[in-house]
Design a protein around this ligand. Structure first.
Ligand code: 13P
Ligand code: SF4
Length: 324
């Protein structure tokens, strides 16, 4: 039920630098339908920074990194939340909005980090390291969160670890995030062996080649990258922190060692910055499309549900994080 055919057309100006004119007509029908469906269903769309620009800039109501999406999910005033991102993000939104309908447009939008650990693994770690607090990255299932003491994201991991006042913490499941945090704190960190399949592929050699090919380029890296990559970057931070860095420093030329859509989305806001793009695609994030967001709203699918006992315990770990 598209409203006015001009609704989507008026949005093109925003994304013209990153979506070629020849591709735009393929999006307009879905954009108009989604904007109308949001009004009809009193729905909001939360989109992660890795969503493609036609989602991020044209239909999303709330955008950001995992931490911002979790925080903003707490104050959503809508009946329906569509999570344009991966499954753990939709679960987090549901944990914080138990009374609302939370939809994920594709149930297979997973995450290699979330898949690297189970609730039973966390229980084993607790047996092995009794009384050591467990800090769990938000990129995990609700069942894993339920076995943990507190969550963290890449945006607050150091603060969360230090907030516990413990000499040692277990940090699950991202080995590289754990090592990157260990380099910044006196707290001893016990890590797991999970990796992000997107960020583990960047290497220090990539950075050296980029610096040679683009003298003066500023290199920003996500802390899910291996520590040797972070060590060679000019700055490391969450997706929101990288975006803020570009806004604050306005480097003439920048490269973001992260998922591909991130550069497109930040480039829209900063036309004066030249983005070099040796990115890696996240196949899970890319499962979300305008077509399946539209279908989610039309057919009320896929509804995110969490076992009430798991949800109660997992919510506590997320709320504890948000209170830090
Ligand atoms: P951010 O919390 O930095 O947005 O990261 C989420 C993520 O999945 C990165 O791969
Ligand atoms: Fe998971 Fe990596 Fe994709 Fe982020 S980029 S959702 S950590 S696989």
């Amino acid at each position: 039920m598209p409203t006015s055919p001009s609704t989507a057309a008026s949005l093109y100006d925003r994304v013209r630098r990153v979506i070629p004119p020849i591709e735009w007509p393929a999006f307009t029908d879905d954009i108009d339908a989604i904007l109308a469906l949001k009004r009809e269903r009193n729905a909001v769309i939360l989109a992660h920074n890795y969503q493609t620009p036609e989602i991020f800039h044209c239909v999303a109501d709330i955008v950001g990194d995992s931490l911002a999406l979790a925080r903003k999910a707490m104050s959503v005033d809508a009946d329906v939340i569509v999570l344009a991102g991966v499954h753990f993000m939709a679960e987090t939104a549901k944990l914080l909005n138990p009374g609302k309908t939370v939809l994920i447009p594709d149930l297979a939008a997973g995450c290699s980090l979330a898949d690297s650990i189970t609730a039973a693994d966390v229980r084993l770690m607790r047996q092995r390291y009794p009384a050591v607090p467990v800090v769990t990255y938000v990129n995990t299932s609700a069942a894993v969160k339920a076995e943990s003491d507190i969550c963290c994201t890449s945006g607050n991991a150091l603060q969360v670890v230090e907030s516990l006042g413990a000499p040692r913490v277990i940090m699950l499941p991202d080995e590289y995030l754990a090592k990157n945090i260990a380099a910044q704190t006196k707290v001893e960190i016990i890590a797991w062996k999970g990796h992000c399949e997107v960020h583990e592929r960047f290497s220090p050699a990539d950075i050296r080649e980029l610096r040679e090919a683009h003298p003066g380029v500023t290199v920003l890296a996500h802390p899910e990258c291996p520590p040797e990559v972070v060590a060679e970057a000019d700055f490391a931070g969450s997706t929101a922190a990288m975006s803020d860095y570009v806004g604050r420093h306005k480097p003439a030329r920048v490269v973001l060692m992260t998922e591909c859509s991130m550069s497109d989305n930040v480039a829209v806001e900063h036309p004066e910055v030249d983005f070099v793009r040796p990115c890696n695609l996240c196949p899970h994030m890319k499962r979300i499309t305008l077509a399946n967001i539209r279908a989610a709203l039309e057919e009320n699918r896929h509804i995110v549900t969490i076992d009430p006992d798991v949800a109660e315990r997992a919510r506590h770990t997320v709320e504890r994080m948000l209170a830090v």
